[in-house]
Design a binder for this molecule. Structure first.
Ligand SMILES: Cc1cc2nc3c(=O)[nH]c(=O)nc-3n(C[C@H](O)[C@H](O)[C@H](O)COP(=O)(O)OP(=O)(O)OC[C@H]3O[C@@H](n4cnc5c(N)ncnc54)[C@H](O)[C@@H]3O)c2cc1C
Length: 386
């Protein structure tokens, strides 16, 4: 029947593109609906690169999922013949008592991961571009790297389409509703029915998912590229790692100089929490660069001018863990949102989890940490996008 599908995926960004691919791979009749042109720069999955790392500071329970994500990214590379993931060591560094460094060590211990403990002096000997106070400590892990974020989204979309998925750009979903055991989804162009709905709306989950989305906040973040200048050789991938520095009150992270714009550096959290994506200012300002400059001067002195900037959105959950679950009120609906600024690396595995949930309501992957009801919002209804 026209306009009737096995599964509708609402939002074809990082997670939705992966869900479309996995569902199409399983032979499901899939419709993906995206409000913007495909692979756009108005959500959360743009800005050239994303870190992927295994010694997961946020909780040891993420480690099996990130291992599965690595496998699925490599598989996607082989399927498409595209280069998506570059291995690169990741230095986690912070002062005594750093929660980030403690979290990395907890995952290393629990999952017996390989990682190297370094003093601040050892970090600087190994990577001369850095400066850290003597009491800082580093944990260097090699099972890390970066993903070319837009290429990953495009690879999932192209692969899904080649497997028969119907992916429609510039068709915003205005509302969805549970109808009997299935769903009905309305856009400006029509009404679609399906047995299952997967909601992967990123920052717009704050509007599209009643109650499930209520605890979520949107956070504007900027990605900033700085000129490495005459010291460029110190920042190439063979001499400079990915890093996450848990500077007190101002955690920040960065990449080696892997593109013509220099080093990409960004703050993590620490920005105002907004209630919806329309509150985001998409222009990069001089204030964005000056907010990060003191951190750079303290820890990576000598970097040059700002070469490029991009704004991107975090969708932050109250405990900074993801929300991946069947909808508490409508088991035919699965949700994946609240990725809290650290979700992209998992997209390849999240696609598999979402396909599992759409297929059977369960998954073999450990997603207990991501329950939708953990914030006390068990009574969930539907909601329109307005
Ligand atoms: C600056 C920055 C740096 C980051 N760094 C990292 C990192 O290094 N490593 C990492 O793992 N993660 C990182 N993240 C987090 C990661 O990028 C996100 O968690 C991930 O991209 C979220 O994907 P998503 O699919 O939830 O959102 P999106 O990719 O934004 O997808 C949601 C899609 O839904 C669409 N949509 C919404 N509403 C509708 C509607 N009504 N109708 C149709 N379509 C709709 C949107 O247009 C969008 O395309 C970072 C994020 C930012 C912003």
């Amino acid at each position: 029947m026209a306009n009737t599908y096995d599964v509708i995926v609402l939002g074809v960004g990082g997670m939705g593109s992966a869900a479309c691919f996995e569902l199409a791979r399983r032979g499901r009749r899939v419709l993906g609906l995206e409000q913007f042109p495909l692979v756009h720069a108005r959500g959360s999955s743009h800005g050239h690169t994303r870190i992927i790392r295994t010694a997961y500071a946020e909780h040891p329970d993420y480690v099996p999922l990130v291992r599965r994500a690595f496998e699925r990214w490599y598989e996607l590379e082989q399927l498409t013949g595209r280069h998506l993931l570059t291995e690169c060591p990741c230095l986690n560094v912070g002062p005594p008592g750093s929660e980030h460094v403690a979290g990395v060590r907890a995952s290393v211990r629990e999952h017996r991961l390989e990682a190297e403990e370094l003093t601040a002096a050892e970090v600087v000997r190994r990577f001369p571009a850095f400066r850290f106070p003597a009491d800082y400590a580093g944990v260097l892990e090699r099972a890390a790297g970066f993903l070319y974020v837009e290429d990953c989204v495009r690879a999932h979309i192209d692969s899904a389409v080649s497997l028969g998925a119907d992916i429609r750009a510039e068709e915003p979903v205005r509302s969805w509703e549970a109808v009997g055991g299935g769903v009905r989804v309305t856009t400006d162009r029509g009404t679609y029915s399906a047995a299952k709905l997967v909601v992967t709306a990123g920052a717009w989950a704050t509007r599209l998912l009643a109650d499930v989305g209520d605890g979520l906040k949107v956070m504007r973040q900027t990605l900033l590229w700085f000129d490495a200048g005459p010291r460029r050789a110190e920042f190439t991938r063979d001499r400079f790692p990915l890093f996450i520095c848990d500077a007190p009150g101002a955690p920040f992270y960065g990449f080696p100089a892997i593109d013509p714009h220099g080093l990409k550096i960004a703050r993590h959290y620490g920005q105002p929490e907004l209630s919806d994506p329309d509150g985001v200012d998409w222009d990069v300002t001089a204030d964005d660069a000056s907010a990060i400059r003191p951190l750079m001067d303290a820890h990576i002195p000598g970097l040059g001018a700002l070469m490029k900037g991009q704004v991107c959105m975090y969708t932050v959950s109250p405990d900074h863990h993801f929300v991946i679950d069947s909808h508490p009120a409508h088991p035919q609906v699965s949700v994946a949102c609240g990725f809290s600024g650290h979700g992209f690396k998992f997209a390849s595995a999240v696609g598999e989890v979402l396909a599992d949930l759409a297929d059977s309501g369960t998954t073999r992957h450990g997603i207990g940490l991501f329950r939708a009801t953990r914030f006390g919002n068990a009574e969930c209804g539907t909601r329109s996008a307005e």
